[in-house]
Design a protein. Sequence first.
Length: 520
Amino acid sequence: MERKVRVRFAPSPTGPLHIGGVRTALYNYLFAKQHGGDLIFRIEDTDSNRFVPGAEEYIIESFKWLGINFDEGVSFGGDHGPYRQSERKDIYKKYVQVLLDADKAYIAFDTPEELDAKRAEIENFQYDASTRLMMRNSLVMSKEEVDQLINDGHQYVVRIKIEPGRDVVVHDIIRGDVSINSSVLDDKVLYKSADQLPTYHLANIVDDHLMEVTHVIRGEEWLPSAPLHVLLYEAFGWQDTMPQFAHLPLLLKPVGNGKLSKRDGDKLGFPVFPLEWHDPKSGETSSGYREKGYLPEALVNFLALLGWNPGNDQEVMSLDEMVKLFDLSKCSKAGARFDYVKGIWFNHQYLLNKPAKDWTPEFDALLKTNGIESTPEKEAQVVEMMKTKVIEYVDKENNKKKRNISFVSDLWPLCKFFFVAPDSFNKDDKFIRKNWNEETAGMMRQLVDILSNVDDFTIENQKAAVDPWAEQTGLRPWNAWRVALVGAGQGPDMYELSAFLGKQETIKRINFAITSLSCE
Ligand code: GLU
């Protein structure tokens, strides 16, 4: 029988969600939606030493912001719960017993000191078929002895009993069949009496089974655990419903070798977390895509293409389009380079497609922090005039660069002159030097006269008055006009800017420039 597709994203709440984890969740989402299946959100918090307060809430908030919705799980509900592993202790206990009863696992009493001693004695010591009979475990003890030790309060672990000498094959949708000989695997710990908790491996397999997971889509770093997981499914007798695996390619550093790290982000100036994260222990703050002004749709689109593409050169895609086009089997095996500059490009694309009125809440906040109050209407007009401009900036390596406006915050200081008149002019400025000389004041006085006579100060009316004068006299007032209104060689068309500023302000600025720049 065809099973309904069910996939899960199963983070451990050990800190903020890494951007690679976001990509994993996204691929699970695309796959689930494409197959009309379910996406489960499970919290794998059995390692209490690594638990970080606030991490779970952070992860949930991240996906809310990103628009990646789960069908069931922690905070979403569903009938396969509880979805937090720390609330499933009794379930794991039961399944540990199932393995012990079936002789697929055994109890081991070796203390950490005894294990260290063995490691010192035997080179490359591994707890496996070749060594386990030399150790202190239920394979070499009588039942009475084992019970006695447990009753006396000795701590123990439960280990999987791996049969040596057979090939274990992991069928991976992206990588094909990955085969490994069971002799190289060790008898991994599945359960610890000390905290009465299962390890990741056991909890993960039991939950995937009970939650009816059909596909395990996760990062490449979990591939080494997959053979053990296959053996666990077999040990439980669940091989018929074993999920299919897909191990996603690693996200690589923007430059150089190795996997993307937070340090790369710090060095090159991009976030590796979706939201800003305040570390409760160190007090350190790490930047987030949201706070940096990225649009969630842009980030999702950028991440989707790190390890997969639709087979043509289409890059900008809505989530719905991605759901249609996504193909898990066409994901790359090779690592995907984290080209953060491409992420900025995506943000530019998405920002440009947003109507100006959607920019204004953020733009308004930006203006306010610079001491400027305006109206949403005025702000939308400014955005409309400026959104396709190019900005100059200095990158982390101190190189002067240019790029399209990619964040709302790029608009400042580019838009200052719309709201604040120049209060002085830098006579060394190349643009000013070139466009303001002894004759300019006279020309600008004429311009003031002409503009004073324009009643309704629209772009068209200004044009109708100024253009014929410029034509007849051969005067070219536009650059000097720009000097007066902007104070520099930037900004929109002069008629547009003057209409925005209004007649009074325009004339005031021109008069101020005449006095400031002509009294040598
Ligand atoms: N808890 C693991 C993690 O933190 C889940 C690995 C898996 O998906 O099996 O990523």
